[in-house]
Design a protein around this ligand. Structure first.
Ligand SMILES: *Cc1c(COP(=O)(O)O)cnc(C)c1O
Length: 396
């Protein structure tokens, strides 16, 4: 093992807070859908940094944009105007239901902002008692206190109680169960149109349409968390497009700046109107460096031909996985290039074996493999992914 590899393991083990179970190699560089470690081994990337690197690694246009902007201006704070940030906001509104955008630096932070805007909207129009938030079983909205309260996993929540009060959990894809916890004291309902961390579970069209109706009946805002499923992942720019309804707020993050940290809250004018100067803010958000890169990502990903290609490749990958006919696979589901593969064995074992076969895989729950490769993956690379997965499953 190279001394650089050993050194990195040793330093991480001694100095970094031990909250992550990292893969047993050190990544050094990447190109397209490929990652290379410090021992010179190549891996086909089927994780994209957790559904982040939509355009893969070292994309020439993103690199050129970054380098050019880095030589001009990195950061000035939101006390000043910069052009990339304003243009990016226009792009996001032009390609969605939204009238205005607020930028953040991560997914959790975008959801925190959405909760604050929903509470402010309810305070202004109905008074302070309308403050409850409804979220769902299996949801993941982030690790900060508000987002964590809407992420009903004991392991994540238990050590940190008390969480943000006023969050109710309803059963996902169950309208009757949701209606039972709705009331006029609810200011917002937050849902992932396709649940990611919870195991790749798409919401049914009837469920999303029913939530829209429930929110309208109770004068509550509907928030779509498209942090993982948005921005082309499902083969639609926004995962809810095609369901015939729109939310009042939408949160985006993971792929937004192609791997640089950035989040966004998209909203209608009726929500935007309640927020005034000084009521919310961020030091770093939408600085010219990340915003310039995000503009390029959004332009490429929003191209109808690019999205059609994601849909076609997603169908192809799904078919090829079904053809594997592995006795270990119990179900395959998903939308576009967001695919969950349920296994009768631990996903962790498949992931570890995948490393030996040159595959970077991630899970979504104990028994579900999550395939979220860069959206630029080629059909040849999909074939290779499936062949390597076949070898991995045969070995276990
Ligand atoms: C990853 C994720 C988040 C949290 O994003 P961070 O950038 O890790 O804070 C929130 N919601 C969904 C659906 C996610 O997938």
């Amino acid at each position: 093992m190279a001394s650089e590899t050993k050194n990195t393991f040793a330093l991480e083990k001694q100095y970094v807070l031990q909250t992550y179970a990292r893969a047993p190699f050190v990544l050094d560089h990447g190109q397209g859908c490929w990652l290379y470690d410090t021992e010179g081994r190549a891996y086909l990337d089927c994780a994209a940094g957790i559904a982040v690197n939509a355009l893969g690694h070292a994309d020439p246009e993103l690199v050129a944009t970054l380098v050019e902007q880095a030589g001009k201006l990195w950061h000035v704070s939101n006390l000043f105007h910069t052009a990339p940030h304003a243009r990016l906001a226009q792009q996001l509104c032009d390609t969605s239901f939204a009238d205005r955008v607020f930028f953040a630096n991560s997914g959790a932070e975008a959801n925190e902002g959405a909760f604050k805007f929903a509470r402010k909207w309810a305070h202004d129009h109905f008074g302070a008692d309308k403050s409850a938030i409804v979220a769902f079983t299996g949801a993941f909205h982030g690790r900060t206190f508000g987002a964590l309260a809407a992420t009903p996993r004991e392991k994540y929540q238990a050590p940190f109680r008390p969480l943000l009060p006023g969050v109710r959990i309803a059963p996902f894809n169950d309208l009757e169960g949701t209606a039972a916890v709705m009331g006029d004291d609810v200011c917002a309902v937050i849902v992932e149109p396709v649940q990611g961390e919870g195991g790749i579970h798409p919401a049914t069209p009837e469920f999303l349409q029913g939530l829209r109706a429930l929110c309208d009946r109770h004068h509550a805002l509907l928030i779509f968390d498209e942090i993982q499923c948005g921005l082309g992942r499902t083969g639609y720019l926004w995962a809810h497009q095609g369901y015939g309804i729109t939310p009042d707020l939408l949160t985006a993050a993971k792929p937004l700046a192609g791997g640089l940290p950035m989040g966004a809250i998209l909203m209608t004018q009726q929500v935007a109107e309640v927020m005034h100067v000084g009521e919310h803010g961020s030091t770093f958000a939408a600085g010219p460096l990340v915003a310039a890169v995000a503009e390029k990502v959004v332009r490429r990903v929003a191209d109808p031909a690019f999205l059609a290609d994601v849909r076609a490749k997603g169908e192809y990958l799904m078919e090829r996985i079904e053809e594997l006919n592995s006795p270990h696979i119990t179900e395959v589901r998903g939308r576009g290039l967001m695919i969950g593969v349920d296994l009768d064995i631990a996903a962790a074992d498949v992931i570890a074996a995948g490393h030996r076969h040159g595959l970077i895989l991630i899970n979504a729950g104990t028994n579900t493999l999550r395939l979220v490769p860069p959206l630029i993956i080629s059909r040849g690379e999909i074939d290779l992914l499936v062949e390597r997965l076949r070898a991995v499953l045969a070995e276990l």
